[in-house]
Write a protein that binds this ligand. Structure first.
Ligand code: FAD
Ligand code: SF4
Length: 511
């Protein structure tokens, strides 16, 4: 009896029960496949980081005594797709049983089910032992309810897992300190930087990707590579985050600044999404650090961080599995426009977009509010088709895997799901961008002007969006104030705003 076990590139959980014992009768397979590099144009740093993490993981398990067959991208024996990899490995290893871990992507889940149906041998699927919740936990929590409000799910999670929860009460007496998480960063003092974790393996990986002709986007500088590709590195990053950045994480969660591209953010998403480190370990470490440093760290900082992981991350996963596959086609606002070319080049005079996009192309990273308030906001105001925006978000960020990217993009950012994730579209004019960043100071456009050559494009687009989507959004109670303000505008002003918006939408790359 011999068992073949498959490990996908985002299933690098070293604490999984599979690895508790070394078994002679088990062979693990891992492969860097064109099937995965080519289904969307990925950022070059994302591909390098995945392969580096996979190679490190294979080396570590091999050193522990596990039998790992690893197929590098350029290995002539690598079939480059999952069905052939599984069939070929079963034959070569003489296996009579196939096992795999639950994939997080619908695409791979479906593919593996089909593969197993065709196999002449028995197969079994195991949990990845990574998330707090099962795929259907959100659906069960909201059974019979119309609204899937994140806050309700988050409170259940806090209670159930006893996180920042003492004597039947939320620690500090309040569930959510979101209202305190909105300070603007003034530019000084300099924020401590997290230490990047390098891996010696990066250079050959990069050459193999380049030599294979894989189409990638963005830039890479191996001396300035910030993705953590080992569990040890992820734990070190988490410890450094707690010490240097947690004390102000919540305060500046929604801030943006040209000189501080990562502000107080942890950059843990890639390591967590590959499962190098578990959400439970991250949450428990942060909670413990907070309790040990209560005299210097306010609860709003720890709660703000924990909410992202125990709340948003698990919630988004639940939404994905509840709503797929229909979710990937939703376009409730009927948006049709193409994504401006400047999303791929950063060539625009709009300073906020230029900063957020340049940074994304340079580092495969943008923090949450840049993704939401700058690139997401503009795309929604310009009424871009959600398929085009999904492709961009799925490719450009190192942490982008469909189960988390899709509900964030189609749901939270684009309202294409008609209100499953958010209660209203996340749109803003220049005002809020100016309030939360220093972008407007260096911009070619004036955030105070709505029409005319030098007026900030976000302003005309904002009012035009409200007007254009009136039939779809007017009944939304959370949009009432916006529509009352729109109604106060006279016909001439509306005409001017709409003319300017039409010019921007017709040729956004000219702006
Ligand atoms: P921090 O600010 O330090 O937050 C800590 C952790 O909380 C993150 O590492 C992440 O695991 C989790 N988290 C925070 N916000 C969210 C959220 N909304 N949903 C799920 N988890 C969250 N996150 C991804 O991991 N992959 C994606 O592909 C992705 N696409 C996004 C697309 C859009 C349009 C938006 C608005 C957000 C997206 N996010 C995505 C969520 C969030 O922007 C990133 O998780 C975060 O910026 C990662 O940086 P960080 O590790 O420094 O996060
Ligand atoms: Fe962005 Fe408008 Fe501010 Fe320029 S003025 S940075 S385009 S919000």
């Amino acid at each position: 009896m011999k068992t073949l076990r498959l490990l996908l590139g985002d299933q690098l959980n070293p604490d999984h029960s599979w690895f508790k014992t070394v078994r002679e009768d088990v062979v693990y397979i891992m492969a860097e496949m064109r099937q995965e590099t080519d289904y969307a144009p990925h950022h070059i740093q994302k591909v390098v980081a995945f392969f580096a993490a996979m190679r490190n993981f294979a080396k570590e398990r091999t050193a522990e005594g596990h039998q790992v067959r690893y197929f590098k991208l350029t290995d002539p024996k690598n079939p480059q797709n999952l069905p052939d990899l599984v069939k070929q490995s079963i034959d070569q290893e003489g296996c009579d049983r196939f096992e795999y871990l639950l994939p997080d992507e619908f695409r791979l889940d479906r593919q593996l089910k089909v593969i197993c149906e065709d196999l002449p041998i028995a197969s079994k699927v195991y949990d990845t032992e990574h998330f707090y919740t099962t795929r259907d936990a959100l659906e069960l929590h909201f059974e019979g309810k119309k609204q899937l409000v994140m806050e309700s799910f988050y409170r259940m999670m806090r209670k159930k897992h006893s996180v920042l929860f003492k004597d039947g009460e939320p620690a500090g007496g309040t569930w959510n300190y979101d209202a305190q998480n909105r300070k603007k960063w003034k530019g000084t003092p300099a924020i401590p930087k997290l230490t990047p974790t390098h891996s010696e393996e990066l250079s050959p990986i990069l050459h193999e990707i380049q030599d294979s002709g894989i189409r990638t986007i963005g830039q890479i500088d191996l001396h300035n590579f910030h993705w953590t590709t080992t569990t040890e590195g992820a734990r070190a990053l988490l410890a450094e985050f707690c010490e240097k950045l947690l004390p102000h994480f919540g305060d500046y969660q929604d801030a943006m600044h040209t000189d501080e591209k990562t502000l107080f953010h942890s950059r843990l998403s890639f390591a967590m999404n590959c499962k190098l480190i578990s959400p439970r370990e991250v949450v428990e470490t942060v909670e413990k650090y907070y309790y040990n440093h209560k005299d210097t760290i306010d609860i709003s900082q720890a709660e703000g961080f924990i909410r992202q992981i125990l709340g948003w991350r698990e919630y988004m996963r639940g939404i994905y599995w509840k709503e797929m596959p229909a979710y990937a086609r939703k376009n409730s606002l009927e948006n049709k426009n193409p994504l401006p070319d400047f999303y791929w080049t950063g060539q625009t005079r709009m300073n906020c977009l230029k900063n957020a996009i340049d940074q994304s192309l340079e580092s495969a990273y943008a923090h949450h509010i840049q993704r939401l308030m700058i690139t997401g906001n503009f795309a929604l105001l310009a009424q871009v088709h959600p398929d085009e925006i999904d492709q961009w978000y799925l490719g450009i960020y190192a942490d982008a895997i469909e189960w988390v990217q899709l509900p964030n993009t189609r749901g939270m950012s684009q309202f294409a799901d008609g209100g499953i994730v958010g209660t209203k579209p996340y749109v803003s004019s220049a005002n809020y961008i100016r309030k939360m960043s220093n972008y407007c100071q260096g911009c070619a456009y004036n955030p105070d002007d709505k029409t005319g050559e030098g007026a900030c494009p976000f302003n005309a687009l904002y009012w035009n969006f409200l007007d254009a989507k009136k039939p779809l959004l007017q009944g939304n109670p959370r949009m009432g104030m916006m529509y009352r303000l729109l109604e106060k505008k006279d016909a001439n002003e509306i005409r001017g705003l709409k003319e300017r918006a039409a010019a921007i939408i017709a040729d956004p790359d000219a702006f």
